[in-house]
Design a binder for this molecule. Structure first.
Ligand code: NDP
Length: 231
């Protein structure tokens, strides 16, 4: 019998998340896109129910607490998969200059939101007796300190660690960290366009483009989905 699977992707409006959802729609997997908005190309899909949109601003933890995931998730599913993809690169700047509010916002989106969403999905999966699988879109920066990117490095490291702790608490939950490599998305153009003083390693990011090292998000999305057996 075919497996019943629900796949949630956070941050599907742009970049890698857009491509993940686009491929899943094309494969008729009816993805659940969670975020602040959808790309207009996917709004029609949501209207036709080939994709489900759940509105949430991940920088506001109450916003996640309030979302009604039960409405979006099927009543029964063998497996619930979440691709924790939404992320913010800002604030860019050394710790002595970045402001507290943007530091808190980075942690809210990159660390707190994935943890709160995982809590909600654990409850939903337990209630349905479904397996839960978490694909954490991580980064080399979660393990490597970079000047000017403390908020990003630390918040991505925090997400990695909370999922590693969850893995020790719940061995039945499958957790995988995926480093997608450097992608040709808005995140990289923000890094290239940063101030040299704010981002002492800006030149490294500029060289990713000049040396044609940026990966196409479509290719990476396909690689992730095929690698995870979701396509
Ligand atoms: P983009 O900046 O292109 O897209 C980020 C996505 O996250 C958007 O859909 C955005 O939605 C969403 N998002 C940001 N803030 C919020 C919020 N408050 N609430 C809801 N959604 C939000 O990023 P990429 O596609 O490049 O990155 C995807 C993932 O890959 C990230 O986790 C990143 O850390 C990781 N990564 C990226 C690399 C790269 O080179 N780009 C390298 C290694 C890892 P909205 O349009 O509403 O802002």
């Amino acid at each position: 019998m075919e497996q019943q699977r629900a796949i949630i992707v956070t941050g599907a409006s742009r970049g890698l998340g857009f491509e993940l959802v686009d491929l899943l729609i094309a494969a008729d997997a009816k993805p659940i896109a969670l975020g602040r908005g959808l790309d207009p190309r996917h709004e029609a899909a949501a209207g036709m129910n080939t994709c489900i949109f759940v509105a949430a601003d991940l920088s506001v933890s109450q916003s996640l607490d309030q979302i009604d995931l039960a409405r979006a998730l099927p009543q029964s599913a063998d497996e619930i998969v979440v691709i924790s993809n939404a992320g913010v690169i800002e604030p860019i700047g050394t710790l002595d200059v970045i402001d507290s509010a943007s530091l808190a916002a980075a942690f809210a989106v990159n660390a707190l939101a994935p943890a709160i969403l995982a809590r909600k999905l654990l409850a939903a999966a337990d209630a349905r007796r479904s397996r839960l699988r978490i694909l954490n879109i991580s980064t080399g920066a979660a393990r490597r300190p970079l000047p000017g990117l403390g908020a990003y490095c630390a918040s991505k490291a925090a997400a990695l660690m909370i999922f590693d702790c969850l893995a020790t608490e719940r061995p039945d939950v499958a957790i995988e960290h995926i480093d997608p490599g450097v992608l040709d998305t808005d995140m990289q153009s923000t890094l290239r366009g940063a101030d040299d003083q704010a981002l002492p390693v800006r030149q490294m990011f500029a060289s990713f483009e000049t040396e044609a090292k940026l990966r196409r998000p479509r290719d990476v999305a396909r690689e992730i989905l095929v690698g995870a057996g979701l396509l």
